[in-house]
Design a protein around this ligand. Structure first.
Ligand code: ASP
Length: 415
């Protein structure tokens, strides 16, 4: 039993920081946002600094400790099976929500501020997405934060290491394990500043956003928030219970810090160190499972984004007055899945990927650009919620897979 007073617990500090940030943003407006924003930027940079070596070391050591061969194949297929299942559930939820509420029918974009489309490089087609997984230059992939390519290299390197003779293999295993532990230690140090980071990020967010655009696109936002809430608070808890025999209440409590971080930063990648820390030290998942499942999940398993891609695209077609037949809706479902896999784990990346799906439907041109620019203006709160959904789904996957591997210490109590 812990005897520390409540205010010494990180999750209470973070919750208080969130409330204070909202209050400060409302009262201080753009001035407060300008004066405090740098603190948030600094905090996110501290975490992002850890991500590349963390992903590299944790996947290599995860693959090696899974032992290569059939044990590794089993872990891999469970992980992919889980990702596919929850992403598809999310997409179907988005599909149902947008077809029921029909927010795009008759939507007007007058008076909506248009955001500038962030310059993220998006692959031109689904095939490009697949080819880009193999890096031409692994150092360049790491330097540009191309996570999918980095993960591909880490997995094949891990597999190669398992086939080496005992002496060089052990040396490399020890090395990567030590790098991984050092990265987790660094994370622990940065987490101390989590309340300050959350406070500054939320102050900036609330201080900078105008309300007009949000009101004009209200129904669209309600649709996305409803879909994400169903997935986060109903579907994933059911999956936890049915596949893992895990209490959703305990799992939510154990993941609280990571969820707050995802919500404040809109970046699964920046949240990854914290997600790993929570999953291992609070949910009690072994390093063998978490170091394999989570970095992969942060990059390819994005339930919230998948739901959003599907609902967002259909919203746009509704607004354009284009009627999608069943075949085309299926094409949206399929490309939404691929687009969510290819989405970078950074703010607004999901919105930009919408262009790929629109391209698959042959929808291009200035009219489309105007709508997407309007969606960007209101994207931040939706991005916060979909990032939290993305992170939560990864953590559920780690807990469920750990249980299925016979781990008995997973989510037995809130820690
Ligand atoms: N921001 C999301 C993430 O990092 C991706 C997205 O924009 O949907 O998970």
């Amino acid at each position: 039993m812990s005897v520390a007073p409540w205010y010494r617990h990180l999750h209470w500090q973070v919750a208080a920081a969130l409330a204070l940030g909202i209050a400060m943003g409302l009262i201080g407006g753009e001035t407060a946002a300008g004066q405090l924003g740098w603190l948030g930027t600094l905090f996110v940079r501290l975490l992002r600094m850890i991500v590349v070596p963390l992903v590299f070391a944790s996947i290599v050591s995860g693959v090696v400790s899974a032992g290569g061969g059939s044990a590794m194949g089993r872990l891999f297929s469970k992980t992919l099976g889980y990702y596919l299942l929850t992403s598809m559930l999310a997409i179907v939820t988005g599909l149902v929500a947008v077809n029921l509420i029909k927010p795009g029918v008759g939507a007007s974009f007058e008076g909506v501020a248009s955001g500038t489309i962030p310059e993220l490089t998006t692959p031109n087609s689904v095939l490009d997405l697949v080819i880009a997984i193999v890096p031409e230059n692994v150092v360049a992939a790491a330097a540009t934060g191309d996570m999918l390519a980095l993960i591909f290299f880490s997995i094949v390197l891990g597999v190669a290491i398992t086939t080496l003779p005992e002496a060089p293999r052990q040396r490399l295993v020890d090395f990567f394990d030590a790098v991984f532990q050092a990265m987790m230690r660094l994370t622990q140090g940065v987490i101390v500043f989590l309340p300050i980071g959350v406070f500054a990020l939320i102050t900036r967010l609330v201080g900078e956003s105008g309300l007009d655009s949000f009101l004009a696109l209200g129904l669209y936002m309600v649709t996305i928030v409803a879909g994400l809430s169903v997935h986060l608070f109903i579907t994933l808890p059911l999956v936890l219970i049915l596949l893992g025999g895990i209490s959703p209440r305990i799992h939510f409590a154990n993941m609280f810090d990571a969820l707050m971080m995802a919500f404040s930063t809109s970046s699964s990648a920046a949240t990854l160190p914290l997600t790993m820390q929570n999953v291992e030290q609070k949910a009690g998942v072994s390093n063998r499972v978490s170091s394999f499942v989570l970095p992969l999940g942060a990059t390819v398993n994005m339930d919230g984004t998948a739901l959003y891609e599907c609902a967002g695209v259909i919203f746009i077609t509704q607004a354009l007055g284009v009627d999608l037949g069943l075949g085309q809706q299926m094409l949206v479902v399929f490309t939404a899945l691929l687009a969510s896999i290819g989405t970078a784990a950074i703010p607004s990346a999901g919105l930009v990927m919408i262009f790929i799906i629109l391209g698959a439907l042959n929808l291009r041109g200035p009219e489309v650009d105007v709508i997407v620019a309007a969606l960007i203006a209101v994207d931040r709160p939706l991005d916060m919620l979909r990032t939290a959904t993305n992170v939560f789904s990864d953590s559920c996957g780690a807990a469920i897979i750990a249980r299925s591997e016979g781990e008995t210490n997973v989510d037995v109590s809130p820690r």
